[in-house]
Design a protein around this ligand. Structure first.
Ligand SMILES: [Zn+2]
Length: 127
């Protein structure tokens, strides 16, 4: 797969916007107590990059590893509607926009790292 410079710029912007919304630029603490495997899963969520399939021009949807749902936006599905992560969504409501809501779910989840780790270990985020 090849990307044009403009596509790469767009991907970087998209990721930077997600990172700002989902982390409020707070560092991942306490990083040194995390295993490498846990760290990889948390970075995956915090950076919010697209899955490999999503980068393809003909991408339409991807089947969720946990519930089988065909998702147009796998990470949003994982955070907003996958049954495997239901315990991360105790608060209902929030922003109208799906991506903003997904970022908010993650930002709140990052405040309770032990609970988030239980979820991502049993149901890893899409990658
Ligand atoms: Zn799912």
């Amino acid at each position: 797969m090849t990307c044009t410079a403009r596509q790469i710029d767009e991907l970087i912007e998209e990721q930077a916007a997600w990172y700002a919304k989902a982390t409020a630029y707070r560092p991942l603490l306490p990083a040194r107590q995390l295993s490498r495997a846990d760290e990889v899963k948390l970075h995956r969520l915090r950076l919010g990059y697209r899955t490999l399939e999503e980068l393809r021009d003909d991408f339409e949807s991807r089947q969720c590893d946990h519930c089988g749902h065909l998702a147009r936006h796998p990470l949003r599905h994982y955070l907003l509607s996958c049954p495997a992560t239901a315990q991360l969504r105790q608060q209902i409501g929030g922003p109208e926009d799906d991506e903003d809501r997904a970022a908010l779910v993650l930002r709140r989840a990052l405040e309770d790292l032990p609970r988030l780790l239980v979820v991502v270990r049993s149901a890893p985020p899409p990658r």
